[in-house]
Design a protein around this ligand. Structure first.
Ligand code: GTP
Ligand code: MG
Length: 378
């Protein structure tokens, strides 16, 4: 295919113009913040308490069998999985031949699963190549091949977070646009380490909203870990500095720093985060040991733009992709793996404590392509 055709072919027409393409990085993030803001009221105390009650905090983190893990993931990915497999089914219905039309529709199905235009194109190019070389001659093999390629791509970013417990506390800074799931992800990580008897501190770095501090405090109380907070509207960096000093002094093993997803001041969010990151390194030069970006999977392709924006400002060392259970756009994880190459540490498939799972590429690909045995299809 010629370069020109690549740019203006079927998908060029379908996606005439990326609605984010002329925007600056800060605009992408603040636009997303506005969108999320209008959709979602900050949770009140009652709501947070209910979230905690529903979270399964008490009985979480029982080691699960591999098959149970897979089943949970399968359920979590239902929306993405059903949409994706239904599209594939429709393409191959009554089709024995792998002609041009089938391949075009296949590319369309991949894009619709939010795998991304560029990534879908790359995957399809490899399938087409193998069809031409007659290495693949029936639909079943096409699907198997796509699954294999997706698995390989996901494996490249599979790198579970290893929290090193050493002489100094392990510091994790958690960033992301508002509503992406930062605070609840922090709570889930904290509960996991607390269950392993570690000394965990939460730092309320979103000093701009009283509700944000309160939310973290409630989680901290329930999990049983220390919450460090400053006065209302205090400089987040000064709160973080004092927290790290205390963490060193009092032998904390893990420090999780919550941050704002949107600012109510004139300072751009990215500048505030850069400053916070520098401050975390003042007492412990290697800190933060992890900068975890939390992304809401339902953002689809905009998740990629968000990730780039954050990564340009503060090097992101890991990603937690949340809310996969509520969206059909879970295919975005493939785009993330291909385009960003940042380790995916966790995937979120629900609001319960153990719904934050270490990312496992093989299981993810398996779950994405699994068919319900009960019905024979989805
Ligand atoms: N279904 C589902 N909901 C989730 C998941 N992760 C987080 N949530 C929910 O998403 C909502 C927002 O989560 P928060 O943790 O408050 O998000 P945040 O990024 O801290 O938001 P701000 O503090 O406003 O910036 C909460 O109701 C969470 O329970 C997930 O994996 N699945
Ligand atoms: Mg929060």
């Amino acid at each position: 295919m010629s370069e020109e055709k690549k740019k203006t072919g079927f998908f060029g027409r379908l996606f005439k113009r990326n609605r984010f393409e002329d925007k600056t990085a800060d605009e992408i993030v603040s636009e997303e913040a506005r969108l999320t803001e209008s959709e979602q009221e900050p949770p009140g105390q009652q709501e947070i308490l209910k979230q905690i009650d529903d979270s399964g905090l008490e009985d979480s983190f029982v080691e699960q069998e591999d098959t149970e893990n897979l089943n949970r993931l399968k359920t979590g990915l239902t929306k993405t999985r059903t949409g994706f497999l239904k599209n594939l089914d429709e393409i191959f219905l009554d089709k024995r031949e792998l002609d041009e039309q089938v391949l075009t529709r296949l590319e369309e199905a991949l894009v619709r699963a939010d795998i991304g235009v560029q990534t879908s194109y790359q995957l399809l190019e490899r399938v087409t190549d193998r069809v031409k070389r007659r290495e693949i001659d029936d639909p079943e093999k096409v699907i198997k091949h796509i699954k294999e390629m997706i698995k390989e791509s996901l494996e490249e970013v599979e790198s579970p977070l290893r929290v090193g417990y050493g002489a100094e506390p392990f510091v994790m800074m958690v960033v992301g646009v508002n509503g992406s799931g930062k605070t609840t992800t922090i709570a889930k990580i904290a509960a996991r380490h607390k269950a392993a008897d570690r000394k965990v501190m939460l730092v309320a770095g979103d000093t701009f909203r009283a509700a944000a501090v309160e939310q973290l405090q409630i989680w901290g109380d329930r999990i049983g870990c220390e919450v460090v907070k400053g006065k209302a509207h205090a400089d987040p960096s000064s709160v973080a500095f004092e927290a790290i000093e205390r963490a060193v002094r009092e032998d904390f093993e893990l420090v999780l720093v919550d941050t704002a997803g949107r600012l109510h001041t004139r300072i751009p969010l990215m500048e505030e985060l850069k400053k916070l990151r520098r401050t975390l390194g003042k007492k412990i030069s290697t800190s933060p040991h992890e900068t975890l970006l939390v992304i809401d999977a339902s953002m689809g392709q905009n998740a990629i733009l968000q990730a780039r924006t954050f990564n340009e400002a503060i090097p992101v060392t890991g990603i937690a992709l949340t809310k996969l259970d509520g969206t059909s756009k879970g295919g975005v994880i493939v785009s993330i793996s291909k385009e960003l190459k940042i380790p995916i540490r966790f995937v979120g498939i629900g609001e319960k404590m153990d719904d934050l799972r270490d990312f496992n590429a093989r299981q993810f690909a398996e779950a994405l392509f699994s068919i319900d045995e009960s019905t024979g299809s989805d």
